[in-house]
Ligand binder design. Structure first.
Ligand code: FAD
Ligand code: SF4
Length: 500
């Protein structure tokens, strides 16, 4: 039973009489030590795995729970000797598939299809002829194939996407919900202690009160999401605020990715909610569209290693200390980074338009950024974090799964958030993010030359006076140098770079 398949509703074993079933779990420090994972992420995975094993034991399922310091294939030697051939649903993670591949090849593990996805490889292939891949085409195909949010052959409400209506900034109303809290029982407390003792050198804050660990906790979180988040989900989907880290986002991804909550149940529940269609469609597109799409792209491209598209842009600058919590002086970045180390999570737009946007503008190595996301976010696993960071957050895969780099200057951040009001920089005059944006376009003008989706900004770039373009490049140098040295960017330095 892989750590991310913690459901009693998927897999051949769930259709057999309980007394005939035995589950083998592996808990190994080798996995936890592979990267410096956020403490909350280690606790989330270990607590859910232990609680799930106990829940199944209580139903009468036999449990073989192996504690190890070695990788999975080695740790499974004991169970293989005790039970003979084991069965397993195909792991979602490429890393785990690779570890188990020799055992699968040798017939020691009998691999079955993963039943936790909403779509199959056939859906993906029927919507595409190979790279480039486009989420819209896949999503429309799957809506038609499944009948989800359909009125006969037409999309409900007459449109496939209501994205254009989902771009409101949030000014404090309606009030954003507080995330639910959970009571950590002895099992979860013990995991917390283990993480404190054995992973003391790992980053991030451990917060058991906000850690859903049991089946009941998962149900409670989803109930909160449906009641308190979903009604306002659509309109404020892209908003960011210092006053609320999550706004109306559900924080369900960590549990979806462990299968504590199943995507089919989530989609069915949301389809039936008496809330505006723009919120229902907006949310369902994320689960049925984006989530399924990225995992197909990951698998079809050997984990984003093949099929890289034209125009790919990949910086080589090491990830600055600012991403590990050293103050950068840029409030948007500092605020979101602080949120991430506090909770192991931040919402989609903060990931895309702050963390990844600034990394792109600063020519940070996409691989280093991906590895950072992987350790820092409690919902990060290779199948989801690699396409999202390499393909969407940065433009390291070029046209493979997106049509243009998702980059912006300060105007977007100012419009969609209240960060700038708390910043030493002025988004309209001294903020370095806008010159960084122009400097990025100037550096990559040639690569993006034929991209019609960036034609407008490139025309504006061409009209930008030489003196301003030189100032853009100087700001890039000043900001890059400060961050490389782990110093905050000083407004006076930026003002000088703009004026020189
Ligand atoms: C740079 C970057 C890195 C990301 N890394 C991850 C990651 O490591 N793990 C992860 O689960 N998501 C990742 N995402 C996608 C998305 O940001 C998160 O799924 C979402 O923020 C999780 O919070 P939530 O459950 O409150 O989301 P909500 O907004 O409340 O719900 C939307 C749900 O849709 C799904 N979803 C939406 N967009 C995506 C997407 N692009 N890919 C996959 N699922 C999606 C998630 O399951 C999410 O729970 C990343 C996005 C970007 C831009
Ligand atoms: S002014 Fe610039 S650096 Fe400051 S928060 Fe706004 S966009 Fe970020």
């Amino acid at each position: 039973m892989p750590y991310d398949q913690l459901s009693a509703h998927t897999g051949a074993w769930t259709r057999r009489p309980t007394r005939e079933v035995g589950l083998v779990f592996v808990e190994t420090t080798a996995k936890g030590r592979r990267r410096p994972y956020h403490k909350q992420k280690l606790a989330l995975i270990l607590a859910n795995q232990r609680q799930f094993a106990l829940e199944q034991a209580a139903r009468g399922v036999a449990i073989d729970y192996v504690m190890a310091d070695t990788d999975y294939d080695v740790a499974l030697a004991g169970p293989l000797a005790r039970h003979g051939t084991l069965e397993c649903q195909r792991p979602a993670e490429r890393e785990l598939r690779q570890t188990l591949a020799p055992l699968v090849a040798a017939g020691r593990i009998d691999e079955h299809p993963h039943e936790g996805w909403l779509t199959t490889r056939a859906h993906f292939e029927a919507s595409h002829n190979g790279p480039p891949y486009r989420m819209d085409a896949f999503y429309r195909h799957v809506r038609r194939a499944t009948g989800i949010l359909m009125d006969g052959a037409k999309p409900a409400g007459g449109k496939w996407s209501f994205d254009a209506e989902n771009r409101k900034a949030w000014k404090g109303t309606p009030p954003a919900p507080e995330p639910p809290t959970f009571v950590a029982d002895d099992v979860t407390e013990e995991v917390g202690q283990l993480v404190r003792d054995r992973f003391a050198d790992h980053p991030g804050r451990l917060d058991l009160a906000h850690l859903p660990a049991t089946d009941a906790d998962a149900a409670q979180l989803w109930q909160w999401a449906r009641q308190s988040c979903l009604p306002q989900f659509g309109p404020y989907e892209d908003a960011m605020s210092v006053r609320s880290r999550g706004l109306f986002h559900t924080r369900i991804a960590p549990l979806l990715n462990l299968q504590r909550v199943l995507p089919l149940a989530v989609v069915r529940d949301v389809e039936a909610l008496p809330i505006p269609l723009q919120s229902r469609e907006g949310f369902i597109r994320q689960i049925l569209g984006w989530r399924e799409f990225v995992r197909h792209v990951h698998e079809a491209t050997d984990g984003c290693r093949t099929g890289i598209g034209s125009e790919a842009i990949a910086g080589t600058t090491p990830l600055p200390a600012a991403y590990w919590g050293t103050v950068s002086g840029l409030t948007c970045l500092d605020r979101v980074v602080a949120d991430v180390w506090e909770e192991g999570w931040s919402h989609h737009i903060t990931r895309l338009m702050v963390l990844a946007n600034l990394a792109s503008l600063l020519e940070i190595s996409p691989r280093e950024l991906t590895d950072w996301f992987w350790v820092a976010f409690i919902d990060a696993f290779d199948w989801v974090v690699e396409p999202n960071v390499l393909g969407m957050g940065t433009y390291a895969l070029g046209q493979m799964m997106t049509t243009k780099p998702y980059i912006s200057g300060a105007a977007y951040i100012d419009r969609m958030s209240d960060y700038c009001g708390h910043c030493a920089f002025d988004p309209k005059t001294t903020c370095p993010v806008t010159p960084l944006y122009w400097a990025y376009l100037a550096r990559h003008r040639e690569a993006l030359r034929d991209n019609i989706r960036v034609a407008m900004p490139l025309r504006s770039l061409d009209k930008r006076a030489d003196a301003r373009r030189q100032a853009d490049a100087r700001v890039f140098a000043v900001v890059s140098e400060a961050l490389a040295e782990g110093r905050p960017v000083q407004p006076a330095d930026v003002v000088r770079a703009l004026a020189d």
